[in-house]
Design a protein around this ligand. Structure first.
Ligand SMILES: [Zn+2]
Length: 137
């Protein structure tokens, strides 16, 4: 019985570890760094938008300070050097995959083309819903 309990707790800890690892891998893929203040900021989108508009780190620091999120210019620069490119690459890749699946869908269902030219994500959702209904028939 003791051995059995040991085994169970071992299996459980392996399960937990692999779950933690999966989350970590996913975060790394998205460039999310748990300790980074920008990555964890409520205003991450706004901050990255400022960066894309070429606002200096100093302005971003002031902006975050106004939102009660204190940060150093160094941390901001680290985010844009290390995390941001990964995150951007990840989402660009997701966008490409979305576009590809839309192209594929249009190939088979040309009459859906107009619908897909709206926003892509809504298009895909619609496609999936419609497809489900077609399959049900
Ligand atoms: Zn970051």
């Amino acid at each position: 019985m003791k051995e059995y309990n040991k085994m169970v707790s071992l299996i459980e800890s392996i399960g937990e570890d692999s779950q933690k690892r999966r989350i970590k891998e996913k975060n790394a893929l998205r460039g999310h760094e748990p300790k980074c203040k920008v990555c964890n900021s409520k205003y991450q989108k706004e901050i990255e938008h400022m960066y894309e508009l070429k606002h200096p780190f100093k302005d971003i620091k002031v902006y975050m300070g106004d939102k009660q999120e204190l940060i150093t210019e160094m941390s901001i620069s680290r985010h844009f050097k290390n995390h941001y490119p990964k995150r951007k690459a990840y989402f660009d890749n997701v966008k490409t995959m979305e576009d590809e699946s839309i192209q594929e869908a249009i190939k088979y269902y040309p009459h859906l083309k107009d619908m897909f030219q709206e926003t892509s994500l809504i298009g895909i959702k619609w496609f999936l819903i419609m497809n489900k209904q077609i399959l049900k028939r």
